[in-house]
Design a protein around this ligand. Structure first.
Ligand SMILES: [Fe+2]
Length: 396
């Protein structure tokens, strides 16, 4: 389920009827749908048929397909990626766009996790035909331009882009940093947050009005030949269309890009420690995404507010540290990422459990990705690895 029906721009009163432009020509109707048209879909009306291709050129995918790192020891990892922006800046990489700035960190068949650091220029037009993308915007902001219209985004947003969307990021400044999850399945809001009609329930940590949809169509009427970088899995091609594809004059349906701010997530708290599922934000095929937000801590008598040692037996657990001090860990800075594979318990740093008793609030802000299948460290991510992490739970 997505955040519900939305309609933008001009659409005819009925589906599949003649819908004419002021010059008398027909607009080109397109139905974009999931699961063999048995899932969510939208109907879009283009000025130019989206099939008007002048040229197809095979290209190496950007970014290149993830490869396994040489380091494959089964152990906890701490990836200190905070310096990534500075490093990219030094290498002159920030002149590139969001796609060029991506670096794979971890992957399996269900998800690929990347970090992108990129500059202020408008990105290339691209389309991920094989995966939904979630961009957690750590730094930066701007406008996502897509066939579904304009969507303003800012730091703290999850920007969810369904597969098949033609889009580009147009940042409003430099210094952009996105934590990205790609999944060949769909991104959904958890079923248990909804009633039988799909409306979000009162106990959900967000509501329909917290989701921001595209606000106006782009509706370009531009016959300039335009390149679109299309990717599916590890294959890519540049399609040259005989028009600018951001030409949709109207659309409606349940499939579209949207933004949800992590700051609009309303944490659920109690007298005793609440388990990780209360932080769940999205449901993927083979993974979940959770938001750890500033909140009141458990206030029962003598309660240990730090999380207990835990063995999440069916999941690899990835935590991306956004802001604040993550109180169960020590020495972890904003922009770092931990990966706790299944099979090895983890827990609070030494002394944290004792120190947490009586603590009333936490200002931690983090994004968690739990995957059901084991993850693989991507080649290149070893450069961020802090090899001392697996033994960091020993007492001082
Ligand atoms: Fe954990």
């Amino acid at each position: 389920m997505a955040p519900g029906y939305h309609r933008l721009g001009e659409v005819p009163s009925k589906r599949h009827v003649a819908f004419r432009a002021p010059n008398g020509g027909l607009y080109a109707e397109e139905v974009a749908g999931l699961e063999g048209f048995g899932g969510r879909y939208s109907i879009l009306y283009h000025r130019f048929a989206p099939t008007r291709v002048m040229k197809v050129a095979e290209v190496d995918p950007v970014p290149a397909a993830p490869a396994p790192a040489a380091e494959s020891t089964l152990r906890h990892h701490l990836l200190r990626t905070a310096g990534r922006l500075a490093e990219a800046d030094q290498d002159g990489e920030l002149d590139g766009d969001e796609l060029a700035g991506r670096r794979w960190l971890l992957f399996n068949a269900d998800v690929r996790l990347a970090l992108s650091a990129f500059g202020p220029g408008p990105g290339r037009l691209c389309r991920n035909g094989g995966s939904d993308e979630i961009h957690f915007v750590h730094h930066g902001g701007g406008r996502l331009e897509s066939t579904y219209g304009l969507l303003e985004y800012r730091a703290g947003d999850y920007v969810v882009i369904p597969k098949g969307t033609t889009y580009r990021f147009v940042p409003s400044s430099g210094g952009n940093r996105h934590f990205i999850v790609e999944t060949p399945g769909a991104v959904r809001l958890p079923r248990r947050y909804q009633n039988a009609e799909g409306q979000l329930l009162e106990h959900a940590p967000y509501w329909e009005r917290d989701f921001r949809r595209p606000t106006e169509v782009v509706a370009n009427d531009d016959p300039t030949p335009t390149d679109v970088w299309v990717r599916v899995g590890d294959r890519a091609a540049v399609y040259t269309l005989d028009h600018n594809p951001l030409d949709v004059v109207g659309w409606d349906g349940h499939l579209y890009p949207y933004a949800f701010s992590i700051h609009d997530f309303e944490p659920i708290t109690g007298r005793q420690h609440q388990p990780p599922p209360v932080h769940q934000t999205f449901e993927l095929d083979g993974a979940v995404i959770c938001s750890f937000c500033p909140r009141r801590l458990d206030d029962g008598p003598d309660v240990v507010t730090a999380p207990y040692n835990h063995a999440n037996l069916d999941s690899d657990e990835v935590l991306y540290y956004v802001d604040g001090s993550f109180f169960s860990r020590r020495g972890i800075e904003s922009g770092a990422l931990t990966w706790h594979p299944k099979g090895i318990p983890h827990g609070p740093a030494p002394g944290v459990a004792e120190a947490s008793i009586g603590k009333t609030h936490t200002d931690e802000l983090a994004v968690m990705v739990d995957t059901f299948r084991p993850l693989t460290l991507a080649a290149g991510a070893e450069a961020f690895d802090d090899g001392a992490y697996p033994t960091s739970w020993l007492p001082d």
